[in-house]
Design a protein around this ligand. Structure first.
Ligand code: S3P
Length: 170
């Protein structure tokens, strides 16, 4: 049975989790949260600044902490997660225990072209050249798919739409 109260959108950077998440929340009449935005609001600085001043490890702790907060405070929602969130601190297990995980799956070629002009605010790729970006995505995606593939729903495509997602939910 799909739990339609707590929906988690996950996938690599550039997979459109926030854009699709807002549309899905609208369609399902659920509140929408963007985990990265919630982190920035609580800490008062951008994700890039957090990486720069405190490092990735600290960011991962914050990410897990604020994810837990949202889960316990809100009875229903659509959340767009940051690309790494399911892959640290047993977050994927937690997500699958409390709600429905939806993986927006794209291959590395599509992700690279989507990310090429959207690197600036993403500290993990901000300084990569076009060539480095493809290799980096290929490697990291390989590592992360073991988590992403635990999702209850996997949506695959070239330009995933909200109808594709809801067709798999109902
Ligand atoms: C990250 C993805 C980012 C953000 C941070 C780290 C990652 O979110 O959480 O820069 O590890 O993949 P998006 O997936 O929304 O870009």
């Amino acid at each position: 049975m799909v739990n339609k109260n707590k929906m988690f959108l996950l996938g690599f950077m550039g997979s459109g989790k926030s854009t699709l998440g807002k549309k899905l929340a609208n369609k399902l009449e659920l509140p929408f949260f963007d985990l990265d935005k919630s982190i920035e609001e609580q800490v008062g600085i951008s994700i890039s600044e957090i990486f720069k001043t405190k490092g990735e490890e600290y960011f991962r702790l914050l990410e897990t902490q604020i994810l837990n907060q949202l889960i316990s405070k809100q009875s229903n929602f659509v959340i767009a997660l940051g690309g790494g969130a399911p892959c640290f601190n047993n977050n994927m297990k937690l997500i699958n225990e409390v709600g429905t995980s939806i993986y927006l799956k794209y291959n590395e070629g599509i992700l690279a072209s989507r990310l090429l002009n959207a690197k600036t605010n993403r500290p993990l790729i901000a300084n990569k050249t076009k060539e480095e970006l493809v290799d980096f995505i290929t490697e990291l995606l390989k590592e992360r798919e073991q988590y992403y593939n635990q999702s209850k729903i996997i949506v695959e495509g070239n330009n995933i739409t909200v109808n594709q997602v809801t067709d798999l939910l109902f």
